[in-house]
Design a binder for this molecule. Sequence first.
Ligand code: NAD
Ligand code: 13P
Length: 356
Amino acid sequence: LARYKVAMIGSGAWACAAAHMMAQNTAQHDLADEFLTDVTMWVHDEDYKGRSLVQVINEEHENLKYFPGCRLGPNVVAEGSLEAAAADADLLIFCLPHQYMLGVCQQLMGKVKPGAAAISLIKGMRVQPEGPQLISQMVRRYLNIDCCVLMGANIATDIAKEELSEAVIGYQNLDHAERFKKLFERPYFRITLLPDPVGAEMCGTLKNIVALGAGMVDGLGMGPNTKATIIRQGLSEMREFSKALYPGVHDQTFLEGCGVGDLVATCAGGRNRLVACAWTKAQLEGNAKSFGTLEAEILKGQKLQGTLTSDEVQEIIKRRAWEKRFPLFTTINRIINGHLPPKYITNYIEGGAMEI
Ligand code: NAD
Ligand code: 13P
């Protein structure tokens, strides 16, 4: 009986937490006739204290640089060559900062197994002159394979501790979605199948912008009423923006784990919130630092997605003259680019922020 070969493309925080779950499942006796036990993990290799990171992961079974403390399991096998990691894989899981995904797709063009199934755990999009391209669309277009998405309130550090969490798998192909559900689902990780992959991916992408606004509110020392206002307005703009670009997106998707669930979690405990809070505080203290500097200082190699996504989404808003339709997204973008001070985060409704 053929067993599915699994490859994780990526090795950052979420990639490691997700590989930990998959490796628990593929090593499980009742799934042994479905999946090969070993999970290959592509690592963008680099030196780590005199050893290659690939070697470190294979010897220590932990990514000591990007996600220390998460035991990967001996059946996660690190691989430094992208082509070798993806070759022969039946199930490809993409999980890396979205800005690197185009290069990965270009490198893998014509090199993945025909008929392989993919799933993207990536939150972000690409913007081209002709319009936006979701990561799952990029995978389909460049690699010519089906691509589901897995989205939810999934802060990697908490999942690595095996705390209860939920996600949706957005799909076009139900067989593939069911296979990925078996691969990921754990007692502490619940999965619902959702036939709205575009809505789910848009939620995951856009909530990172709102999280920056939530971080600013925290940095300004404001309380939960203000933060709830930002979250509610953010959810409303997420839905409006998604439906403006993709009218087929379902309203219900915004009430799922990938919608309001992820938004609440990220605005409470995500990296975008954390760095935006520190950025705001640094400005108030007269010690302004760039997002890039704080990302490096605080996240130690992990990557922010919200600032890039805000610029990408704002390009679409600007091109279509939608600023008044998306006052919170626009205000956040103006603040992170230094065109407005952070205290204007609460001024989006009056449109006062628009005038400066
Ligand atoms: P991360 O933020 O930990 O990023 C670090 C990774 O980027 C490392 O593996 C590093 O090797 C890699 N990298 C650096 N330069 C690279 C290059 N030039 N090419 C390719 N890779 C390079 O990554 P993550 O947390 O696994 O996030 C991946 C995606 O998952 C993002 O879109 C993120 O929004 C999403 N996500 C993250 C979390 C989380 O809690 N971390 C949760 C859900 C979704
Ligand atoms: P951050 O990148 O802001 O940490 O968000 C993680 C996430 O997407 C949780 O679901």
